[in-house]
Every structure is written in structure tokens, then in C-alpha cells.
Design a protein around this ligand. Structure first.
Ligand code: C2E
Ligand code: MG
Ligand code: MG
Ligand code: MG
Length: 280
């Protein structure tokens, strides 16, 4: 019996691999190919002043359209990239592309790049960011890193050391998805941070539930107490925006104030910010 299994081992294995694992493997193969062929691109979503709507920054969000898989959302391929190690070349590509675009736009509106703490914990991370900034002639102050944690405490300590070094370059550090899943209060003690991004799941009941309002208000207070700025993500309705303004919440990001779009969509608005500031 063992012999028969051995002979048919490969087929047996393939036929019982569950659908999820198969599609994960296929995603990984296609993603590796897309990276090699430079087939990814970035969209940018505005982060705005909650009161005035002024453009404060743009978040870079990776986009991938595969010939066979179609548009694959980052929520599907970023976890695959993290598990397979592809997150490292992917992260390097994203950072370089965002910096290239930033240099083309010129100073005035910082760009935020998502990184997983997995990348940040690597020993070559700081040198990589520094050389990417240099390559494009950028100051660290034009860059913000949004961190999502999905890692062991050991990595968190190493990440914290690296982040401090980046902060010395003027890079701003933001903790993403706060209030959801693994972004926890204890992380605030472990990482050097400038900003909290409140997860959009916190907004679900904002308009109907006084408790939901109090939670968001408290988190904004927590951030203020720690000297962190706050961005509330996922604002979709004017009702939500009104409530947040009254709290008061200083900055928002969401479909209401701008959907992610290709870089060309933002060039004019960036020019306007630059000429208001009196830049050349
Ligand atoms: P995130 O960093 O929290 O980014 C915000 C996500 O919420 C984006 O989804 C954005 O399109 C979406 N969003 C913005 N406003 C609204 C809204 O009003 N309503 C709703 N329903 N959604 C809104 P996206 O682009 O699909 O990205 C999902 C996640 O994938 C990101 O969450 C981030 O964690 C990760 N990700 C995206 N790009 C990168 C990247 O270049 N590197 C890494 N490591 N992760 C990335
Ligand atoms: Mg983000
Ligand atoms: Mg987020
Ligand atoms: Mg998120």
C-alpha cells in the first residue's frame, strides 16, 4: 500500500491540496512573475485636514492586475507576499517607485508608504531606505512609513531600533489599522511613533451608536496624550465626517475625501499646495 501511495504521491498530493492552498501557490507564482516584469503600479489616496479639506499627504497603495487572475486586491496578495518572502522585493519596489514619483512631484506633500514590520526588522532595512531617498534626492521628511504589525515581539524590538534610526533622518512613522486586530496599545510603548491611524472598522456604527463615538473620541484622546497625531481612515459619509470634526479629529482619509487614484490625478492639487507655500 505504501508503494502505491509513493508511486502516485505527486498526484495524490496535488488532488488533495485544498483550493485555498492551490490558489495561494498560484498567486505566489504569478506575483513573482509580476515583480520581475515590473507589472505592479501604485495608486495614491489623499489624507486631508478634517476641517478644511487641505491636502496633507498621499498614501501609496500597491495595485496589481494579472492576465489570468484579474485585479488582485492587496488584502489577498500582501499576506501571500509576507509568507513567501516576496514582501522584501515587493516592498523595495514600492518604496523606490513612491520615491521616484515623490521626486517628480517635488516637495510639499509627503507620501506615506505601507511597510510590514517583517520588512522593518530586516538588518538591511535602514540602509535600503536611506539609499532609496538618496537615489531620488529626497529628504526623509518627505516620507512617512505606515506600519502594520503581524509579527513576534522579538522582531518588534529589532524593528523599533531600526525605526529610531529612520526617525533621525526625519522619516515620520505611523501605526496603521489601530483599534483592529493586532495593532494594540502595547505596541505604542514598543515602537517610536509620530502618528496613529484609526482603523475604518471603528467607523461602522459611528452614526448610530454613542458608544462607538465614545470609543473613537477616547482613542483620539489617547493619541493626543501620547503626543501622536491622528488620521481616521475609511470615512465614507458626510455624517461620519461631521461627527469626527466635532470631536475634534484633525485628519481623515476615505472615499468621501478622495479615492485611491493614479498619480496623474493628484499632480494639479500638489501644484496648488506648492504654490500656496511659495515653492518654485
Ligand atoms: P491600509 O494601509 O489600511 O490602506 C487603506 C485601505 O483602505 C486601502 O485598501 C484603501 O483603498 C481602503 N480605503 C480607503 N478609504 C476607504 C473607504 O472610505 N472605505 C473603504 N471601504 N475602504 C477604504 P487597499 O488599497 O485594498 O489596501 C489594503 C491593505 O493592503 C492596506 O491597508 C495595506 O495594509 C496593504 N497594502 C496596500 N499597499 C501596500 C504596500 O505597498 N505594501 C504593503 N506592505 N502593504 C500594502
Ligand atoms: Mg496604510
Ligand atoms: Mg489602515
Ligand atoms: Mg488596513
Amino acid at each position: 500500500q505504501a508503494k502505491r501511495e509513493g508511486k502516485n504521491g505527486v498526484r495524490f498530493f496535488a488532488s488533495t491540496l485544498d483550493v485555498a492552498a492551490q490558489s495561494q501557490m498560484f498567486t505566489e507564482v504569478r506575483l513573482r512573475r509580476a515583480l520581475q516584469r515590473q507589472e505592479l503600479h501604485l495608486h495614491y489616496q489623499p489624507q486631508v485636514d478634517a476641517r478644511t479639506g487641505a491636502l496633507l499627504g498621499l498614501e501609496a497603495l500597491v495595485r496589481w492586475t494579472d492576465e489570468q487572475l484579474g485585479d488582485v486586491p492587496p488584502a489577498r496578495f500582501i499576506p501571500v507576499a509576507e509568507e513567501s518572502g516576496l514582501i522584501v522585493p515587493l516592498g523595495q519596489w514600492v518604496l523606490n517607485e513612491a520615491c521616484r514619483q515623490l521626486a517628480q512631484w517635488g516637495p510639499g506633500v509627503p507620501v506615506a508608504v505601507n511597510v510590514s514590520v517583517l520588512e522593518v526588522a530586516r538588518d538591511d532595512f535602514v540602509a535600503g531606505v536611506r539609499s532609496t531617498l538618496e537615489r531620488h534626492g529626497l529628504s526623509g521628511t518627505q516620507l512617512k512609513l505606515e506600519l502594520t504589525e503581524r509579527l513576534a515581539v522579538r522582531d518588534l524590538h529589532r524593528a523599533a531600533r531600526h525605526l529610531s534610526q529612520l526617525r533621525d533622518l526625519g522619516v515620520r512613522l505611523s501605526l496603521d489599522d489601530f483599534g483592529m486586530g493586532q495593532s494594540s496599545v502595547s505596541t505604542l510603548l514598543k515602537l517610536p511613533l509620530d502618528e496613529l491611524k484609526l482603523d475604518r472598522s471603528l467607523l461602522a456604527d459611528l452614526e448610530d451608536s454613542p458608544e462607538a463615538r465614545r470609543i473613537v473620541e477616547s482613542l483620539i484622546g489617547l493619541a493626543r496624550g501620547l503626543n501622536l497625531s491622528v488620521i481616521v481612515e475609511g470615512v465614507e459619509t458626510t455624517g461620519q465626517l461631521e461627527i469626527l470634526r466635532a470631536m475634534p479629529c484633525s485628519a481623515v482619509q476615505g472615499y468621501l475625501t478622495g479615492r485611491p487614484a493614479a498619480p496623474d490625478a493628484w499632480t494639479e492639487r500638489i501644484r496648488a499646495v506648492q504654490s500656496e507655500r511659495g515653492d518654485p
